[in-house]
Each structure stands twice: as C-alpha cells, then as structure tokens.
Ligand binder design. Structure first.
Ligand SMILES: [Zn+2]
Length: 374
C-alpha cells in the first residue's frame, strides 16, 4: 500500500443510513479524503467515528470517488494491433490471459489498489456519508447478464442457460455483438420470445470503438442503435469493458442505460479500474448500471475453481445486498468461460440460492433504473 490511498474502518456510523458499513473497511485517495470534512473524524490508525447525524462529505465527493478509476482512457494492446485481436482464436487468448492471471492471483495489492478486489463499496460508503440517498431498498435486485462474444456463446445460451434461468424464475439480458459474425436470427427471436432481453455489445468486438475518432465512434454506436431498435434492446455493454468518458457520453445519448463500468474491475481490462459502487448512478449524462459482481472471465483466468467462484459470488451478493446495491452478474456462455458443466452447475446453484435465501428479487434493468431528479 503506498501513500496515495488511506484505508478507513468505520467504527461508529452515527446514523442508520450507514449502519451497513459499520465494522467494514473502505479505501479513499488521500488527496480526496483530505479535501472532505470526513478527514477530521479519522484517527491515526484509520478508524472513523462519526457523530450523530453528521454531514461530513458532499455528493461531489462521492462523484469524484466513483469516477476516480471509472474509465479506461488508454487503449490496451488488443486495441492497438494492426488487425483485430479476435483473429487469434479465443481459446489461445483465454490461455494467455489465464497464464497471466494465475501468475498474478496473489498480487492483488498491485492490480487492485483501487477499487479493491473482489468487491469495493467505498464510493457507496462516501455517498451515504454525503446523504445522497441512492441506496436501493430491499429486496435486492438481481440482474443476470451475458455477453455473447461468439456464435458458440449464442448457441450455448439458448441450449444451456435460458432453461436454468427460467427454472429459477429469472430472465437475463444478453448483450449481442451487432457486426461480429452472422447472427442466428432465430436464436435472437427465441431469446425475446422466452421473455429474456437483448442488449448491444459494442460494434464488432475489436476493442476499438472507445479509441477511434469521434465521427467513427458515433457511426459505430449508431449501428448499435439500429440493432437495438430491431431487437428491442435498451442498454449498452462495452466489449472487454473498455470505456472512455467520451464513449459513455455518446452511449448516454443513444441508449437508456450503460452497463460497462465494473464495481471492482480487478486485473482486466487494465489494472485498478472500477467505480467502487454497486448502485446505479449518472455519469457523463448516461444512466450507469455498474457491473457489481466479480466476472466469470476474471475469476477463471485467476485460477478460481467453480466451487470457489460459487462461494465468492454468494459472499459478494450478501455484501452488496447489505449495502443497498444492485447485484449485476456477467457470465459468458462459451466453454472457456461459464459453458462447462462445472460452471453451469455453479450457476444453477447460485440461482437457487437467490431464490431460496430470501431478500433477493430477479429483476430487469428497467426495474432498477430510475433517473434521479436533477
Ligand atoms: Zn465481450
């Protein structure tokens, strides 16, 4: 831990809004903390004791923390290659990421300084200190999403995932790449006919849209918008979660919501990325539904087993529920992600858990997204 961040532990909440945060730790950039009134309630060892009904931060402080690491402004290697990185077979890409992940699994203090891995709710803590009142009331919404990155993913979705979701009383949102490959129109119709939703997953998944010039970026998003109109889609998810401020601004003008910013991005697509919030918020004029749960791809690349992933998902969901957040889960249907029998079994058990544990409600984005009054 370097000196850039301060770890805080809330020992006294002072109001019921912050009761969920008592006993938990949060991380805040030192410069941001020192600009708030909160700093005066922090002891030398990081303990925070708030007086009754205290008002020690402003909504602007919470915004600043959400946006501190929310964007990936520099293109990663995959976006700078002369040809699309997708010409390298997915299994090879997964093997390379897996090797990097396994080597780095125990170095989270480097790639998850902020937000911390696998879950960091520091911005929601600061939001409640600032009395922003944007906690989501119980039962906690559970939004199931899939990024459909290939023809295999679409086939596996209709064959293996939709049944499991329907058996649990859930419906998923499926972000489809409009121009990546020839789409199976019958499968897209089937998804909607069964009550699930389609979303837009970029343009061709070459990881370039956020980094091309503004005219080309808007042209790509317009193609996504036309695809959305054809398939009743309302939301956007950026491929590889690569997102710039300019991209999110343009998405906000064309889609009801964006769901490209993870709560805790971890190692991918770039280290130390995410918004440290599990609650919907407005950013660059777009309504953002943060991807609050650790993603299947990151977990598998880091070497987690299906059983470990299930337990981590259950634990993170409980923490998000306590904090007044929304559970947004991304799983990919390809075999190299969640399409194996072990991962499908973990997914089924997670859905059963949401159904039987109490306090959760399967939801669609429209159920949870309400644009706050300006
Ligand atoms: Zn994708």
């Amino acid at each position: 831990m370097n000196d850039t961040f301060v770890d805080l532990r809330l020992v006294r909440a002072g109001c019921s809004r912050l009761a969920w945060a008592e006993g938990q730790t949060f991380r805040i950039p030192r410069a941001l903390l020192e600009s708030t009134r909160l700093a005066q309630f922090v002891s030398r060892d990081g303990a925070v004791s708030l007086p009754d009904q205290c008002d020690a931060a402003t909504p602007a402080d919470a915004h600043a923390l959400r946006e501190f690491a929310a964007f990936t402004e520099s293109p990663p290697t995959t976006a700078r290659l002369p040809v699309s990185y997708r010409r390298v077979p997915g299994t090879l890409r997964a093997a390379a990421a897996s090797l990097i992940g396994r080597l780095r699994r125990r170095q989270a203090d480097r790639w998850a300084r902020f937000p911390r891995w696998p879950l960091d709710l520091s911005a929601d803590f600061l939001s409640d200190v600032a009395k922003e009142r944007c906690a989501v009331p119980p039962p906690t919404p559970v939004v199931l999403t899939h990024d459909i990155d290939s023809a295999e993913g679409l086939t596996n979705l209709t064959r293996n995932f939709l049944d499991r979701e329907e058996a649990a009383g859930a419906r998923s949102v499926n972000y489809v790449v409009p121009r990546g490959w020839t789409l199976d129109a019958a499968a897209l119709r089937e998804i909607r006919a069964r009550g699930h939703e389609i979303g837009v997953h970029g343009f061709d998944h070459s990881n370039r849209t956020p980094f091309v010039d503004p005219a080309a970026r808007r042209e790509r998003l317009e193609a996504g918008r036309r695809f959305a109109d054809e398939h009743g889609a309302t939301g956007y998810r950026a491929p590889s979660l690569l997102r710039t401020r300019a991209l999110v601004r343009d998405v906000g003008e064309r889609f009801a919501y964006d769901s490209s910013i993870p709560t805790s991005g971890g190692l991918f697509p770039v280290p130390n990325n995410g918004c440290a919030s599990a609650r919907p918020f407005v950013v660059e004029g777009a309504l953002e539904l943060p991807l609050s749960m650790p993603r299947d791809g990151s977990l598998r690349f880091l070497g987690y087993s299906a059983a470990e992933i299930l337990q981590l998902w259950i634990d993170c969901a409980a923490a998000i529920a306590r904090s007044g957040g929304v559970i947004v889960l991304l799983t990919h249907c390809e075999r190299r992600f969640s399409g194996t029998s072990a991962m499908l079994d973990a997914y089924s058990r997670l859905l059963e858990h949401f159904g039987s544990a109490g306090g959760y409600r399967f939801s669609q984005p429209a159920d949870v997204l309400v644009r706050p009054a300006a």
